[in-house]
Design a protein around this ligand. Sequence first.
Ligand code: PMV
Length: 318
Amino acid sequence: MPAITSSSPAKTILFGEHAVVYGQPAIAVPVNNLQTKVTIQGLPTKPAGTIEIKAPAVGLDTTYAALAEDHPLRQSIDLFTAHHHLPNIMAMRIMIASTIPAGSGLGSSAALSVALFNALSGFLGIDSKPEEINYLAYEAEKIFHGTPSGIDNTVIAFNAPIIFQRGEPMQFLDIGATFHFMLINCGVSASTAEAVGAVRALVERYPEQVTPLIREIGVITGEAKSALAGGDRWLLGSLMQRNQALLKSLTVSHPQLDLVVAICERSGALGAKLSGGGRGGHVLCLLEEPDNQRLILNLRDNGFSNTIPFSLSPTDWS
Ligand code: PMV
């Protein structure tokens, strides 16, 4: 049986993080130059149920049976086999390789789940639709993250720009022109769960002040949908600035994020904002041209050398 490989992209949130937790829409896009790759190969000489797992980048060289029962990878495999009623699957080796940094708001766990479930489906001859992969990846995200909104697994399972609102059918986005972005790591790591908890505490304590900010983020996200469809880079950039100001009011920015945003602004970026949970992680910056050397130099001068450029193009998704 030939080996099966499945690859999934990273993701970033363009607009609406945090507000999405309160029912507002959010926009997320795949970042295809970062990928998690899962390869499965059969082990015909080993007894059924044997699952070897190799993820050299994180020092994992083990078997399913040797993993603790609550290990997320083991639970993910359990999810898949329970969903498909597969009590004793054929022996296999699962190999995992990823260029998506973990714990940095780029959807590494959702990318792993989607790539794993797609690879398992392909290897076992199961015709899984993206909807089913998305459902399973959401269940896995709950194991990894507790109470996720579902945006990460959705954008990654469908591998297309989406507008996502809790309880509503997901919509694909129209992209009317090529948009050049850069993700810049601000050098501080932060917990999304803690940031979400801090916003919840604010909402509970100051509902009259905070609820309008969350609604305003929802309005901006709606405007951003039109700016993307109309190919309006300048409007999109100014919406990013407004979204960043509101995220700052929600206390989820950080001095290092603010510094990166300021460097982007004075280096000619059209807009810049934090992306994801905040309090650390990445700034997302919109550029007029893909190669803004002034920005790269200014960032480097301030110690920010970890940058990921990517583009959104109409042709990628139509
Ligand atoms: O930090 P990330 O990229 O996983 O994004 C979190 C986005 C939030 O809206 C803050 C939380 C969520 O579950 O949607």
